[in-house]
Design a binder for this molecule. Structure first.
Ligand SMILES: [Zn+2]
Length: 485
């Protein structure tokens, strides 16, 4: 027994020494935090091993204490890790109050500072990082571009079917999983889309490199699906304070009216009475509040065709577009923030995104179509947005509205939203559209929050960080248990 403890300590000491030298090399605080996150995953695996040999509890406290000291020294400031030396618990961290993340060019959340919380330990959550990694690799390996989600839905359904007590229902290419007999608790929807955008060349086969899993959909949002599947396999749902329904759905990445969520809500109309919903979109585990609405419009600018040698006989539709494009380019960005949180800023913007026109090099064009995308703030209704764009372009041509999705409501006053924010690295306004907008139509308060990296969504070299999956798993597990620390 004594020998076993010593060898365990020696092993941990070596790990810490290498982490500390890595920390000294870390280029930025962000790099450093990623190292600590990955260390936390490693430590949990280490603890499982220690449990088996029943190591002396004080040995953990000592080694973690040493790590805290090193961290503090490396950062040149006082910072503590929460340490509790009993089996199954390990290094964890928490902060006193939620941090709001200001909008800006860098979408990664500000990282929580690490504080001691004597007598107020977060619920310990053991996390199997290799299970999360393997799940993500499996999910990425099944192509699921929009409208071709069938095989992935099959995988999810098959995997969940054998979990005792779970009710798994398939609706088209969507899968709904829940535990019956949690009646009377607040129903929470945990939603993740199965589809991805088409893959970029060379990134359609998953590969693991250190802390990263590469592949199309890794961040948007199969990292979230991996966390869902792991939660469904491991959480004791009877001990949860809420009644979670996990919804895996098809066709989110395409038109608003095609979403599989519509089929799911048709099949389960009671979902409209849910207390709260989380869309597991890539946010690096931050809580993203509301969302901007989106409107796609096609403006047809007409002229008169003629031979380009005699343009005065026609009316050039391309030239007639110039004042319209100028007006769009000068559209003033409007900032909106709710009364009770003036720093939660949404930006209302208008852009020309496509332009089609002309028939030949020697013909004066008689028609040009300009495609506009208007992203509007949560204080504006969809009708309001349509009215604004109709008036804006009325001098230039006819307008058709191609797709319209409402802005998401601000759920800050919802108690489940507040609980999730308290567990998360921070919160900010969602400056893009997600199904939070759709949930507004159903009257369900919702947010976006998931382990993928927002800056990786739809990128050619998309990847997700395993350390973010670990954090995301722990965050949602605590959320389901009713913790808010
Ligand atoms: Zn997505």
């Amino acid at each position: 027994m004594g020998n076993s403890v010593r060898s365990a300590n020696q092993c941990t000491g070596a790990k810490h020494t290498s982490i500390v030298s890595d920390l000294k090399l870390a280029r930025s605080f962000q790099d450093e935090v990623e190292l600590v996150h990955s260390l936390m995953g490693v430590e949990r695996m280490g603890l499982a091993r220690f449990e088996r040999i029943q190591a002396n509890q004080n040995a953990f406290a000592t080694s973690h204490g040493r790590l805290a000291h090193f961290l503090g020294r490396v950062n040149g400031q006082r910072r503590h890790l929460f340490v509790k030396g009993i089996h199954g618990e390990s290094v964890s961290c928490a902060r006193k109050k939620p941090t709001r993340i200001p909008p800006g060019p860098l979408p990664r959340p500000r990282i929580l500072s690490v504080l001691t919380r004597p007598g107020s330990a977060p619920i310990p959550i053991a996390t199997d990082v290799s299970a999360l990694r393997d799940l993500l690799v499996q999910l990425v390996a099944i192509p699921s571009v929009s409208r071709q989600e069938g095989p992935l839905a099959e995988f999810v359904q098959t995997r969940l079917q054998n979990i005792a007590g779970m009710l798994v229902q398939r609706v088209g290419d969507n899968v709904v999983a829940r535990f019956p007999r949690l009646d009377g608790r607040d129903r929470i929807l945990l939603c993740g889309h199965l589809d991805t955008v088409p893959s970029a060349a060379g990134n359609d086969t998953p590969r693991v490199e250190g802390n990263r899993v590469y592949g199309v959909g890794a961040s948007d949002l199969k990292a979230g699906l991996a966390v869902f599947l792991e939660l469904l396999a491991r959480v004791d749902f009877q001990s949860c304070t809420v009644d979670p329904w996990f919804v895996f759905y098809a066709r989110e990445e395409i038109g608003y009216s095609e979403s599989g969520l519509l089929e799911v809500v048709d099949a389960f109309p009671g979902l409209r009475d849910s207390s709260f919903a989380v869309c597991v979109e890539p946010t690096a585990n931050a809580v993203e509040i509301g969302c901007v609405g989106t409107l796609h419009a096609e403006v047809t600018v007409r002229g008169k065709a003629a031979h380009s040698a005699r343009p005065w006989l026609g009316d050039n539709a391309i030239h007639r577009c110039l004042p319209l494009l100028e007006k769009v380019a000068q559209f003033p960005v409007r900032e909106y923030a709710p009364e009770d949180d003036k720093e939660l800023v949404f930006r209302e913007v208008l852009s020309a995104t496509k332009i089609h026109g002309g028939v030949a090099g020697n013909v004066i064009p008689d028609e040009v179509r300009v495609f506009l995308n208007f992203r509007f703030a949560p204080d504006r209704t969809s009708d309001d947005a349509v009215g604004l764009i109709r008036a804006f372009v009325s001098d230039f041509g006819d307008v058709d509205f191609l797709d319209l999705a409402p802005a998401g409501a601000i759920a800050l006053d919802n108690r489940h939203c507040q609980r999730l924010i308290a567990l998360a690295p921070g919160y900010r306004a969602k400056q893009a559209w997600t199904d939070v907008g759709r949930f507004r139509e159903w009257g369900v308060p919702a947010v976006s929050c998931g382990p993928g990296l927002p800056e990786m969504a739809h990128q050619a070299g998309e990847y997700a960080n395993l350390s973010d999956l670990v954090t995301g798993y722990q965050q949602l597990h605590r959320f389901l248990l009713g913790d808010s620390r």
